[in-house]
Design a protein around this ligand. Sequence first.
Ligand code: FES
Length: 609
Amino acid sequence: MSALENIPEPPHPERVRMRFLQVGEDHAVKEARVLAGTTIFDAASWNGVAIDSTCGGHGTCKKCKVKVVSGHAPLSAVDPRAFSTEELKNGWRLACRAAVEEDLTIEVPPLQTRPKAALVGVGRHVILRPAVQKRYVELDEATLEDQTSDLERLLAAMDDVEPRVPLDIVRELGGTLRRGGWKVTAVLADDLLIDVEAGDTSGRRHAIAFDLGTTTVVATLLDLETGQPQAVQSILNAQQPFGADVISRISAIMLDDGALELLQTHAHETLQQLTEEVCAEAGVDPGEVYEVVVAGNMTMIQIALGIDPEPLSMAPFTVVARRLPAATAADFGVRVHRRAPAVTFPALGAYVGPDIVAGILATGITLDRRVRLFIDVGTNSEIVLGSSAKTLATAAPAGPAFEAAQIRCGMRAADGAIEGVKIVDGEVELTVIGDVAPVGLCGSGLVDAVAELVGAGVLDPSGRFVLGSSERLGKIGEENVFYLSDDIFLSQRDVRELQFAKASIATGWTILCKDLGVEPAEISQVLLGGSFGSYLSAASAVKIGLVPKLPLARIVSAGNVAGEGAKIAALSVTERAAAQAILEEVEYVELSGRTDFNDLFVDQLRFPE
Ligand code: FES
């Protein structure tokens, strides 16, 4: 029996309790609570219980046989074709067809086949179940005796699916069937027939997962047969000349009528350039990329789709739609298969957007029993705290400390940037990216520098330089500065910017802890994500109070979680559904207007002593 069974969980009206008995060597037991209406297959897959399948839950392989040993699961239309009457009476069901409506105990037979899986996100083991499916069929040639229509002939050969068929496919179908000698491959994206290809192309299907960041855009070309990335490329977002952050891009749009179109074009060009690069690197024909997934903050997504982002920037901060209607790769300016859909993530709000939903998916916070904290550190920092029992999210405006341009000697994390600072016996040791002479200070270097100066007593807990505490202290104009090298320094104002940022973030997680009813010490893991957070030293983050005071082993870098979430959604429709469910599962906490915010913020301005 698992120890997990004994953990009490608060009741949840829309959730049902599932108990999986894994029949096998160890008779493992796993318990989970899932939203009513989830299929047994999805509930098992989200909770790491492997159920046999070769069709990935599409209801065609009939391998996902499980036995309901307590509770009732209604029969599906496919069940009578998979089981005898006796078996049905004994509770046997196809897991992918059975929706859970009440508490159930399920017996899961040992695996006969090994489901393909990929390790993605923050240690997530994702069972492959892409939306893009290919079916190779060999049809009987039409004759005078058999005048079945081309489309009916094709659909009859794949009678387990009832795809939606666009008109232009029918337009091409006759030619393709005859050219292919009646041997063709149907390409499906969910229930949409997106192509019929001559011959057997069933081994080749790809998707591209994009992280459309404000600064950097990353593309990963995925082989959907194996789940493995075949090429990864990143470039700066071509919208950069319009400002470093989302607010400056929105301002540009507000000031100039033509700017939205121009920024949209830049986003499209960036995504298309990456598409060409990853396809060339992997030697993949872009026409065999049948789907794209795009993660990004709401401003980036709205601009890329040509939707005015202005309402995102001013009260009451509304998004155009929490779930966007179906889009295509072409809507994002990406030239892959001409009917390839584009998948986006839902948004909890203007500032806890699709990128954070993708991040929540990649970190698996809502699936884990441990209480974990995820912080995407940036100008607008998103904070998520919770577990499978309850999860809260908020956005903390951290100000410009993490923007290189706002720090006197700031620069992007590129060659020449000081990314690490140590003060040993009064001597300053710098780690510089690219092993070249230092040119400036990037975000992680800034946090390190301040943490070390507090530790060395050069900065007092209020954030003021202690005059006379170091020979490296000096003045530029009226301002006190600390020289890290001959010409790179940290100014009093830089320290204040960082104090503001860390106080804003720390107030955010303090409020979430209060609302969730947990002490910071109870947090099992802190995940630092995003292009800035991933490079932070855990020790320095604790020293300045950016994260709770926890053993350093509990503070981990989560990497580019939005990009990982996009990959996960490309690989599995089950996970894609989980991302949609995050909208119901995660509660958004608005910080502005909270009466406790100001007091907590002022407390958090100080550095821990
Ligand atoms: S998973 Fe294939 S039929 Fe259920």
